[in-house]
Design a protein around this ligand. Structure first.
Ligand SMILES: Nc1ncnc2c1ncn2[C@@H]1O[C@H](COP(=O)(O)OP(=O)(O)OP(=O)(O)O)[C@@H](O)[C@H]1O
Length: 236
């Protein structure tokens, strides 16, 4: 199957510092990739580099065959990259509904499809962004990315800092997006086993380089690799 995203020998960083060293990664249409690794190994930097927010050094990023590494971030969004940043990036002074409709583009993901995915957002449709709980903000951030109708969704630690019951709700919604709808995605997430259960392939980064690349189902059984690169306690 032709690749949707192909990253080859990518090096990037911030200022003079190089964080990513010759990273290779690919995403096939309709599949989800888990991006794993300890704190500070470069997971966020990888997503930020795909979006165009870091200092690019060398290598290539191809989206449906087109090199995008030289494009400004807004053109990458136009090309079909949807991004849910760690800091959520919602408009705090707009209502939930305004947050979604302000960015919507035609396609399968509409306001009502997002409300169907996250009924809580429908209940809070008139609340301002700054009146939402952390979990609701995260749902809104995902909803905003979806209504741009991307061809590839990047999710950066969507469950970070949230209560276990909300984590379950969000992971179920993400499962529906990637498994039910077949939207291609790269997902960074601390709940490794739960993430491996809803993704097809997995990449583990270690100090800015790819230390493991393989099937998620296989990695889920590989306690030695999980223990080595993620540490005990983060694999459950
Ligand atoms: N804006 C920045 N300027 C300079 N260095 C940065 C910046 N953001 C991150 N770094 C550095 O880049 C390295 C990788 O950070 P990154 O956030 O990509 O890691 P991560 O794997 O996503 O970790 P975490 O799970 O803690 O978010 C770290 O050494 C970090 O200190």
């Amino acid at each position: 199957m032709a690749e949707l995203l192909r990253i080859e020998s990518l090096s990037a960083g911030y200022g003079k510092a190089t964080v990513l060293h010759s990273v290779n990664l690919s995403v096939e249409p309709g599949t989800a990739v888990a991006l794993l690794g300890r704190n500070g190994v470069g997971k966020t930097t990888t997503l930020n580099t795909i979006v165009g927010l870091t200092r690019y050094r060398s290598g290539s990023i191809r989206l449906q065959g087109t090199a995008i590494q030289g494009m400004p971030p807004e053109r990458r969004v136009e090309a079909g990259i949807g991004w849910v940043p760690q800091e959520r990036g919602i408009f705090r002074s707009l209502t939930v509904e305004e947050n979604i409709t302000a960015v919507a583009r035609p396609g399968r993901w509409t306001l009502s499809a997002v409300y169907d995915l996250f009924p809580r957002l429908k209940e809070r449709r008139s609340n301002l962004g700054n009146q939402l709980s952390g979990g609701e903000q995260q749902m809104l951030s995902i909803g905003r990315a979806l209504v741009l109708n991307p061809i590839l969704l990047l999710l950066d630690e969507p469950t970070e800092g949230l209560a276990p019951i909300i984590v379950e709700e969000l992971l179920a919604a993400i499962r529906r997006i990637v498994r039910g709808e077949g939207l291609a995605a790269i997902i960074v997430e601390q709940h490794a086993q739960q993430l491996l259960a809803i993704t097809d392939k997995a990449i583990i980064l270690d100090r800015g380089s790819v230390a493991y690349s393989g099937d998620s189902s296989r990695l889920a059984e590989d306690r030695q690799t999980l223990g080595k690169f993620l540490g005990v306690g983060t694999t459950e």
